[in-house]
Design a protein around this ligand. Structure first.
Ligand code: SF4
Length: 404
């Protein structure tokens, strides 16, 4: 399918009605809706689907408390949209965290009520399966209550190559060591043309999905993502969704779909293209309509802003992502939005929903249905390159950055 395909016979209103009532739509129909349906009608149809899927709890929107732990920025893959990595030769810019530092960050996460660790870093030329086994085992030994929801197909492909083993074996071993689920990073854009344009050294989109399918078959579920705004066409965005839906029909292993927008600073693409807010909201809505086999659609306030996060809850999203106690990757490329637990609770309420803190697998930990019982710990906030606790024990180079 291309942008120029003859789609004139597709009736927007009829397809929207069918999608809103739960009928499956084709990629061609999805492209027409994404491109041409009135914005509010698209959002209303997506919200109808969300309400029906969550009948009984449709008044709730969820969030999670987690910490991204960036173990290294050294990377051989040099993606053009990335402002985080340092090539191995750049020893002035490159860094790695030692295990003690990582465990201190885990301890802070537990102290602040976080439930999930997102272990995220570059494709370090020396880090094979053994590195991840050692670190995941240590985290689970010290903090068995933390869920390790981390990495993605790209890291698996890389670590398996370094260790000279199959991706099946790599997945089995890191799962046995403590990895609970894959975060699905590295999906970027799955179709060949836009992927090659922004991440020429990454595995192909087909291979990314193949590795996720292997993981699902081994009992390791995942989320999946889309990076919007690096010059891809509308048709390529819909093709990305089609590729995910086809795998999901076979495995059922994708728990959530999380689109987010390219951030323009400090990377090779230099912000020449960017997705608009409307394009983002349309993607949230079309994902809810087209991905009829994926349970959760996540709104991302981190890259689009809090108000847009609120709006996404009316365009089909059922979840507002995380309070990230630490985030360094999209922040490096210019994402400046920060928030804290009390503010996220307030945002969700003001969007007309009841907030609920969730687990990695979307069970509700606490439903904030009475403001009188709201949590009071204002240290539960998102930070850039930070120790999550002021005066805390994390690495001295790190600074606390207040929310805005
Ligand atoms: S996105 Fe990941 S793989 Fe690509 S350059 Fe950045 S750290 Fe490396």
């Amino acid at each position: 399918m291309t942008e120029k395909a003859d789609l004139t016979s597709i009736d927007v209103t009829a397809v929207l009605d069918r999608a809103a009532s739960g009928g499956r739509i084709t990629p061609e129909e999805a492209l027409v809706l994404y491109r041409d349906a009135p914005l509010h009608a698209l959002g209303a149809a997506a919200d109808a689907v969300r309400r029906r899927r969550y009948a009984g709890t449709e008044h709730i929107a969820t969030y999670i408390i987690e910490r991204n732990i960036n173990y290294t920025n050294v990377c051989v893959t040099a993606c053009k949209f990335c402002a985080f990595y340092a090539p191995p030769k750049d020893t002035a810019k490159g860094w790695t965290r030692d295990l003690d530092d990582i465990l201190r960050r885990c301890a802070e996460t537990v102290e602040l009520g976080g439930t999930q660790i997102m272990f995220q870093g570059g494709h370090h030329p020396d880090y094979g399966v053994e590195y991840y086994e050692k670190h995941f085992a240590a985290i689970k030994r010290e903090f068995p209550q933390l869920v390790i929801h981390s990495l993605g197909a790209s890291e698996v492909e890389h670590m398996a190559r370094i260790s000279g083993m199959s991706v099946e074996e790599a997945i089995r071993r890191i799962h046995a060591a403590g990895l609970d689920s894959f975060a699905g990073a590295g999906a970027e854009l799955l179709p060949e043309r836009p992927r090659k344009a922004i991440a020429p050294l990454k595995e192909s989109g087909e291979r990314w999905l193949e590795i996720m399918e292997i993981a699902h078959g081994l009992g390791v579920e995942s989320t999946t993502t889309m990076l919007m705004g690096t010059g891809e066409t509308n048709a390529e965005r819909i093709e990305h969704l089609r590729m995910i839906r086809d795998v999901q029909d076979r495995t059922g292993g994708f728990r959530a779909f999380i689109p987010y927008t390219y951030q323009p600073e400090n990377n090779h693409l230099k912000g020449r293209t960017q997705a608009t807010i409307f394009e983002y909201l349309r993607m949230i809505a079309i994902a809810r309509l087209f991905l009829d086999n994926v349970a959760h659609i996540q709104g991302s306030w981190l890259t689009t802003g809090k108000e847009i996060g609120q709006l996404s809850l009316h365009y089909g999203a059922d979840d507002l992502g995380s309070i990230m106690l630490e985030e360094n990757v999209v922040s490096s490329a210019g994402a400046k939005h920060r928030s804290n637990r009390l503010e996220i609770i307030d945002l969700i309420r003001k969007a007309g929903r009841v907030p609920a803190q969730r687990t990695t697998t979307y069970e509700h930990i606490v439903v904030h249905d009475d403001p009188a019982n709201d949590p009071v710990d204002d240290r539960v906030a998102s930070h850039i390159s930070s120790t999550a606790i002021e005066g805390g024990t994390a690495h001295p180079e790190l600074k606390l950055v207040s929310s805005n």
